[in-house]
Design a protein around this ligand. Sequence first.
Ligand SMILES: NC(=O)c1ccc[n+]([C@@H]2O[C@H](COP(=O)([O-])OP(=O)(O)OC[C@H]3O[C@@H](n4cnc5c(N)ncnc54)[C@H](O)[C@@H]3O)[C@@H](O)[C@H]2O)c1
Length: 343
Amino acid sequence: MFCSDPESGLRAIIAIHSTALGPALGGTRFYPYADEEAAVADALRLSAAMTYKNSLAGLDLGGGKAVIIGDPRTAKTEAVLRAYGRFVESLGGRYLTACDVGTYNADLDVVARETRFAHGRSEAYGGCGDSSVLTAYGVFQGMRAAAQHCWGSPSLAGRTVAVAGVGKVGSWLVGHLVDDGADVVVTDVDQGAVQRLQARHPQVRAVDDTAALVRTPHDVYAPCALGGALDAETVEALPGRIVCGGANNQLATPEMADRLRERGVLYAPDFLVNAGGVIQVEDERHGFSFDRAQAKASGIFGVALRVFALADAEGISPAVAADRLAEERIRTVGRLATIRLPR
Ligand SMILES: NC(=O)c1ccc[n+]([C@@H]2O[C@H](COP(=O)([O-])OP(=O)(O)OC[C@H]3O[C@@H](n4cnc5c(N)ncnc54)[C@H](O)[C@@H]3O)[C@@H](O)[C@H]2O)c1
């Protein structure tokens, strides 16, 4: 759906990829796209990814995503956010929105003044707050599952974990790793982020950049910055046995998953292990309970083990195995809606 409100300046696109498992949930990205075509392409790509993520997370949700075209630093006004909220409302609940790049809990509180279908709200409104908390927790569960699959024990104690990007997700993840007894080495383009982390965890080592991090001996590589982290050069150079991190769209191209497999590196699919955030956001639909959401995010451990086992059994990459499990649930559970109920 194209949303246009010239008075406020709102230009947005809402993409619904699937409602087979429930309403399409996905965040709202506020970004200065070069043109409308680029915005449409991003909305379509991201909405499809949410269908797979939500299915694999076991949520009763389809996949959707929205983009608002503009620079969030200058274009994000009350009128724009509320105009956008009215378009979300007009879809009658087929699309549920939340935070993404360029939007925050406080923005969703404004959107929610016009719609019942805004989640990812601030704690003051009974919302789930910062979703990076359970995103990182889920990544940690995925990493424990990968350790179990590779080494026969879920413990990361004594293993060296290299974390690329210590923003919100990366820094929470480091906390779990340190608690588990892992040796952690990090990098970030923002030196302030590294210093804040080391103030909390002085035992954490830091290196200059991701190229240096990849060269540093380690057992597990955790991309927690931007997309495309697993390019050909990085994939050839990785010294460890596991890749498991919070960043979205880690594979620069789909073939990278096969190359990792050929090199004997176990790749924990990003959309599987970083689903803790959407699990945290979805829980708002039931009146947010952190404990319940965390219990659900713990399930990532078991799903990851299933994905790794399927990949081994079929001789495919875990990325393809994860897609298959997501599609199977959409097929078998999504079909149930054809059993008609009286209205
Ligand atoms: N926050 C969530 O709930 C959530 C949920 C799912 C997925 N993700 C994904 O996780 C990743 C991190 O999200 P976040 O919320 O922690 O964002 P963030 O902006 O808080 O952290 C990203 C960090 O990466 C650093 N960085 C950027 N480019 C880098 C580079 N080239 N090398 C090293 N460090 C670099 C930044 O300085 C920043 O500290 C993103 O890919 C995001 O899409 C986040």
